[in-house]
Design a binder for this molecule. Structure first.
Ligand code: GAL
Length: 869
């Protein structure tokens, strides 16, 4: 398994340390260095504007940062001193010693407290608003800043309205908080100390969910020679693939930022990628012909070449296929100066067909899309990206049978796509939640006119080599989706995707647009949000009309279900139907603000999983679905929008504990895995003698339920039934057991018993050996159990966490959407029996540490984690 460092290079993997070039008489230097700038920043947040600056005044200096991604006239940097130079925070001499010392990735709002003034529940109640300043001083030597060298700052994501100052001068910036950007530092850098000052600003009411705040992804310093491969400058495609060979096309954009013509030679070789190290392995499997070219100073040139790869190992989604990868190693040499640049581009060899009747076909095999939508936050870690936290999400989603992710509703961290490539998960890469017309006051519509081309183009250019990307989503539920304008915008965005990539089709999440509308007419893959299953209680699916009007277009459910539930919470009576619109008399506990986990309740526009399955199976030409959502996320706590802090939509809760729905999806998506899951729990002291429905999710086709050994009947699933239910069971303490059958043979069993009172805490870790790099994480679960080690299902004991040794607890959680205790708290109540602590080694230390959990009146527990192996 590759390194889990957040600061791992991505997509384009820049090497360079291997090749030393002798320039002129003297100095050996590495052609390209890309080093992490994550460590050692100072940070301060201001709730009112501390500097008099605003995006509007800085904009003329920020817009030129988009020049590489726009086809209209380039922006000219205004002459004269840019604004902000007199602000104290940008001065090298400013004393920032009282500011918070932090390392990146950093989300300034995640530590709380909840209840931030002016921030709604839908934005997560956390203080993401205000102005944030980040400062860091680095040393450069004369060789870094001399003629013939270029220096760039790469920011993988900054929330939001970033403006970057170096040595007191505004260099540029990027307003859209989800996109990555690069700035040319060359004119502003000097030998000796250089001070970065980065200003971010988030307005309240700028998002429909918790956006996070700050420099929440990796930041890099890149040093190259003036002749180098341009940013996102390689593109690898495999236009024809057979078992015997694959044609590989390579395009390399070379930039000469010097002021004289340079002659360069380009060589690229292809290697296999070792799945466990993520690195090139073995001998070159193929190479492109050497190309020599002259490039005038201040220009770029695109070089195209083709080669054949014999017996290619294909990339395909798991579990049916394997995620094999290759890496194209490109070396650039100029005259007699040896290698002046070297860039690694990982790619996969695969074919993809979007078929109106058969759905998605990868490498010749139909692949039913079993997808989930996820927001970008990582629960109690907030928006601060962490490779291991994302990997853990993928691991659990794979366990459920997921094979696809929609990065709703924006571009993810680059490393997320590296993970998806490696783990064999397909990705729908989404860009926008709004186009020109707003959903909330301060959302992306404010940036639309000036930035949408650059945001769309740079994202596709950044990620086009990832085999995991199977479609570009150009937007979600845009208010302009049904108008003539929607058609124009859709055409423009789709064209940008074609210009930059051309190998994937584009989609969008349409909740209203109908066949015949301007956008649907042009959109390559109509994506239906909710209307495919029929919104609310309606069964009038729009899949048939879309299919009959566009029989050649693949269609899929870009957003389905939006079922709401709270883990471990069961509310009575239970609807007798396959779904109900959630409300005070349907699935809600209004006082506690919980929703029943019978997994039947949803808001008015949505559906239960069962209904979605009915409609997906009724229309087999539908390519599959993306469930809203795989994981709970911060914000949008429908149906308790104003009071709770995090969503109820997830199949897995915010802490990473599985809700009952997990097994409903697993039964459908992994039918080969023998499995039965019984609900609710069976510890109901106040329900003795009352009707307490029992539902079973199973990959079998028949099951018999027993209450204290007495059969409640054997039931078979009928067509269009996805759960077995015994709705008239009378609760008596003891044990319920289900025996599931498949084709008449015993297939799986499950049971729930009435547990005793809590006596102790069981503490376990998902991994007891981790890296000591300060990024790698262990997820420590505490279960409140009775004397038989059975989890007490409604336990809410207060747990105090502590660490002994060189480790630290970053955050705690329990998945309860109403818990307003700040995430870094070392004290956390269990929720429905469980609590979580996320731990890592202390930066700079390694060795074993013990994570302990204690609670009044209970025997405590502990687990030892070894950091640094
Ligand atoms: C959809 C929307 C999602 C989320 C979801 C909740 O309409 O696209 O972002 O808000 O509703 O059900």
């Amino acid at each position: 398994m590759g390194s889990r460092r957040s600061a791992s290079a991505s997509g384009l993997l820049y090497t360079g340390l291997f090749f030393l070039a002798i320039l002129g008489h003297a100095v050996a230097q590495s052609p390209r260095e890309r080093s992490s700038l994550n460590a050692g920043w100072r940070f301060s947040r201001f709730t009112s504007n501390p500097d008099g600056l605003s995006y509007d005044t800085l904009k003329p200096w920020i817009l030129p940062s988009s020049n590489d991604f726009i086809t209209r006239a380039k922006y000219q940097r205004p002459f004269g001193t840019p604004p902000g130079s007199n602000v104290q925070y940008v001065q090298g001499s400013f004393d920032d010693s009282k500011w918070d010392p932090i390392d990146l990735p950093h989300d300034w709002a995640i530590k709380g407290p909840f209840g931030a003034p002016g921030i709604s529940g839908s934005e997560g109640k956390l203080p993401y608003d205000g102005v944030g300043w980040y400062r860091k001083t680095i040393k450069l030597d004369g060789g870094d800043v001399k003629k013939g060298k270029n220096l760039y700052l790469e920011v993988d994501g900054a929330m939001s309205y970033a403006s970057v100052f170096l040595n007191g001068v505004l260099v540029g910036g990027w307003p859209y908080g989800y996109n990555s950007f690069r700035l040319d530092l060359t004119p502003y850098a000097k030998a000796g100390e250089n001070t970065f000052a980065i200003r971010l600003e988030n307005k309240p009411n700028s998002s429909r969910w918790y956006p996070g705040a700050g420099l929440y992804r990796n930041v890099w310093l890149v040093k190259v020679n003036s002749v180098h491969v341009a940013q996102y400058g390689t593109k690898v495609t495999t236009p024809s693939v057979s078992a015997g060979s694959a044609t590989v096309d390579l395009s390399v954009t070379i930039e000469n930022s010097s002021n004289s013509t340079k002659r360069v030679d380009l060589i690229t070789e292809i290697y296999e990628v070792d799945a466990s190290t993520g690195k090139a392995t073995g001998d070159a499997k193929s190479s492109f012909d050497r190309v020599s070219v002259s490039i005038a100073g201040g220009t770029k040139k695109v070089l195209n070449s083709t080669t054949e790869l014999s017996s290619p190992k294909l990339w395909g989604p798991v579990p049916e296929q394997s995620p094999n990868q290759y890496v194209a190693v490109t070396k650039l040499s100029a005259g007699g100066n040896g290698t002046v640049d070297s860039v690694d581009t990982k790619f996969g060899v695969r074919t993809i067909v979007y078929d109106g009747n058969k759905g998605l076909i990868i490498n010749g095999a139909p692949v039913y899309v079993k997808g989930v939508c996820n927001h970008h936050d990582l629960g109690s870690l907030g928006a601060a990206f962490n490779v291991r936290a994302a990997e853990r999400q993928f691991e659990m989603l794979l366990e459920m049978g997921t094979n696809a992710l929609r990065t709703s509703h924006n571009m993810p961290a680059p490393e997320l796509l590296d993970l998806a490539d490696r783990m064999g998960i397909m990705v729908m890469g989404e860009t926008f939640d709004t186009w020109k017309t707003e959903k909330v006051d301060n959302d992306y519509h404010l940036l639309w006119d000036e930035w949408h081309e650059a945001d769309m183009r740079s994202y596709v250019r950044r990620e086009r080599n990832h085999p995991s990307i199977v479609a570009w989503s150009i937007g979600n539920e845009m208010p302009d989706q049904s108008s003539a304008l929607g058609g124009q915008i859709g055409t423009e965005l789709q064209n940008i995707a074609h210009q930059e990539d051309g190998t994937r089709k584009s989609t969008a999440g349409l909740n209203n647009a109908q066949p015949g509308s301007a956008l649907v007419n042009v959109l390559e893959i109509p994506g239906l949000n909710y209307q495919g299953e029929g919104k609310g209680l309606a069964l009038n699916s729009t899949y048939p009309i879309f299919h009959s009007m566009y029989p050649d277009k693949m269609i899929w459910g870009t957003e389905t279900a939006s079922t709401v539930s709270t883990r471990g919470t069961y509310i009575f009576p239970v609807t007798s139907g396959i779904e109900a619109i959630v409300g005070p008399s349907a699935g809600e506990n209004v006082t506690a603000q919980y929703v029943s986990s019978y997994e039947l309740y949803h808001p008015s526009w949505a559906a239960s999983p069962d209904k979605v399955f009915i409609q997906q199976d009724r229309y087999p030409y539908v390519a599959g679905e993306f469930v809203w959502t795989g994981w709970d996320y911060i914000g949008e706590p429908t149906p308790f929008d104003n009071s709770s802090r995090s969503s109820y939509f997830g199949i897995i809760d915010l802490a990473g504990f599985k809700k009952d729905r997990f097994w409903l999806y697993q039964a459908r998506w992994r039918p080969e895995v023998p499995q039965a899951h019984i609900l609710p729990h069976w510890t109901w002291p106040s329900r003795v003698g009352q009707v307490t429905p029992v539902h079973v999710f199973t990959s079998g086709d028949e099951a018999e339920l027993f209450v204290n050994g007495n059969s409640q009947g054997r039931k078979k699933t009928k067509p269009s039934e996805y759960r077995l239910r015994w709705d008239n069971v009378t609760y008596t303490p003891g044990e319920i057991e289900v025996v599931a059958y498949k084709n008449g043979e015993k297939w799986a069993e499950d049971s729930k018993k009435t547990v005793g009172s809590a006596t102790k805490l069981n503490v376990t870790a998902d991994r007891t050996s981790i890296d000591s790099d300060g990024y790698d994480l262990s997820f420590v679960t505490v279960a409140v159990v009775d004397e038989n080690d059975d989890t007490v299902p409604q336990a809410s004991n207060t747990i105090a966490f502590s660490v002994d040794g060189p480790g630290e607890i970053i955050s705690t959680d329990n998945g309860d959407p109403t818990d307003m205790i700040a995430f870094p708290s070392l004290t956390r109540k269990a929720f429905s029996g469980f609590a979580l602590a996320i731990v890592r080694s202390k930066p700079g230390s390694s060795g074993s540490f013990t994570v302990s959990a204690a609670s009044n009146g209970l025997a405590g527990g502990e687990v030892v984690v070894h950091a640094g192996y």
